[in-house]
Design a protein around this ligand. Structure first.
Ligand code: NGQ
Ligand code: ZN
Length: 455
């Protein structure tokens, strides 16, 4: 922290803390955007103030194809046929397009209550696989979009080497994702120079399909990988579990735990198909399960074993992944609803009598999301970033709600935005439902997607 002078403050009638609502709370905000106990708040910031939600999994470019893969193609449409549509779409995205799409996406995230995004980024090179003149141009486009919008970012450049568990070469459409280990480590080094309080660089292995064991070992042993978040897609589809078993003789999660020290630095994205033993291994490791319920529903992935995982005190967070929806409350709702639909019961995430589902899920996703981000976020305490959302206390949906019912109504009841104001790094980015730069960013986005559609 460079400047601890308290320059501003927040004052809330109800402030969400880890163990519940704190009444009449004030906190100071330092010049460099952190919370402090020394207060300086005159005017009220709002009646109901929550920590902003970290979004632990995003492929920004996919925002611009949301809704374009919902028409039946082959009779066996699946994740894998969606992936072909996605690859074809990705081929038209360069740095300018990526910046415009990502900025629009990040504005939408902020307005929905996400104040941080983990960007799982693998569109590294030109569409034919040739590096850009500036090799990190695509990463810089994402960094610039985060800077323009003010969202905090954990940039996760992705290592992508092979086209399948058998080590086959990348297909033509995958070539732009590829690096060898040295090239990947150089990219991390180059990006490290851009880090600041709201931008952290982490490690991502695309999947066990895309990263052979030797490459994984080399990256995990590198100096730059120390003390950084490590994200990986894992066990999302049954076909992937079967291929892993056939080629590596173990299921993906089983294999990963046998070959890497999976601990609290790790975020296992999806982790959908788990045996009981694997589920317990994940929970005990301290790793975060990165759940993306709206994308997982959209792609037909399957359901995560939520109740048993919570019983085992597993850590979890949420991501909007393909951005078919951008709403932390919708992710949490579907996390719960998927379980209700298959179990025939209600209030699954709440593990005891009288416990609130909304509070349980919001709290868990704040904790796990913050852990996966590697940033001091997800909490409203001195030393944390001043990243918060203020609910619309005047919404009829929240009328007559109190500390017992507020989070359940926020999570389950609204289809109109209930997030009124959003602060990130001590700055008000969204006021009265509007981001300060949303018009310019939306105009630019529209131009870019119209040009893409005309190609
Ligand atoms: C991705 N998305 O990297 O964008 C993947 C699809 C793959 C999700 N897994 C591609 N949801 O897994 O090979
Ligand atoms: Zn993903």
């Amino acid at each position: 922290m460079s400047d601890n002078a308290v320059v501003d403050g927040i004052k809330a009638t109800h402030l969400w803390q880890r163990d519940g609502w704190q009444a009449d709370a004030t906190l100071g905000i330092t010049a460099d955007g952190y919370l402090s106990e020394a207060t300086k708040a005159d005017a009220s910031s709002g009646a109901w103030v929550l920590p902003g939600m970290p979004n632990l999994h995003s492929h920004a470019f996919q925002r611009a194809m949301a809704g374009l893969a919902e028409r039946k193609g082959r009779s066996d449409d699946s994740f894998w046929s969606w992936r072909e549509t996605m690859y074809a779409f990705a081929a038209s995205i360069g740095p300018e397009e990526l910046k415009a799409i990502a900025a629009q996406l990040y504005v939408e995230m902020l307005k929905a209550g996400y104040t941080q995004v983990c960007e799982f980024h693998y569109l590294h090179h030109q569409p034919d696989g040739t590096p850009y003149a500036q090799p990190e141009a695509m990463s810089l486009a994402l960094i610039e979009a985060a800077r323009e919008t003010g969202i905090a970012m954990t940039l996760l450049p992705v290592l992508y080497i092979s086209g399948g568990f058998d080590g086959r070469a990348l297909a033509a459409r995958q070539r732009r994702f590829g690096h060898d280990v040295d090239g990947y480590l150089r990219l991390l080094e180059a990006l490290r120079a851009h880090e600041h309080a709201g931008l952290r660089v982490g490690i991502a292995l695309h999947s066990l399909r895309a990263v052979p064991q030797q490459a994984m070992d080399a990256v995990l042993a590198s100096d730059i990988a120390k003390d950084r978040p490590i994200h990986i897609h894992i066990a999302e589809q049954i076909g992937e579990v079967q291929d892993c078993l056939a080629v590596r003789g173990a299921r993906p999660v089983e294999w990963l735990f046998d070959h890497a020290d999976v601990d609290a630095r790790w975020c296992l994205v999806h982790a959908t198909h788990l045996t009981d033993a694997e589920m317990l291994q994940v929970a005990r490791s301290g790793a975060v399960a990165g759940l993306c319920p709206t994308t997982e529903a959209n792609l037909g992935d399957g359901l995560f074993p939520l109740a048993a995982y919570l019983d085992a005190h597993g850590a979890l967070g949420i991501g909007s992944d393909s951005h078919i929806s951008i709403s932390p409350v919708e992710e949490l709702r579907w996390l719960e609803y998927g379980q209700r639909l298959t179990s025939g019961h209600r209030n699954i995430a709440a593990r005891g009598q009288g416990v609130s589902v909304g509070e349980t899920l919001w709290r868990a996703a704040l904790l796990g999301g913050a852990q996966a981000s590697g940033l001091p976020v997800g909490t409203l305490q001195a030393g944390a970033r001043a990243d918060l959302v203020v609910l619309d206390e005047n919404s009829p949906l929240l009328a007559a709600r109190d500390t017992r019912s507020m989070l359940d109504s926020f999570v389950f009841a609204g289809n109109t935005p209930l997030v009124r104001d959003v602060m990130c790094g001590g700055k008000w980015l969204v006021r009265d439902f509007h981001h300060h730069d949303e018009v310019r960013i939306a105009v630019r986005y529209r131009k870019v997607v119209e040009a893409l559609a005309a190609r």
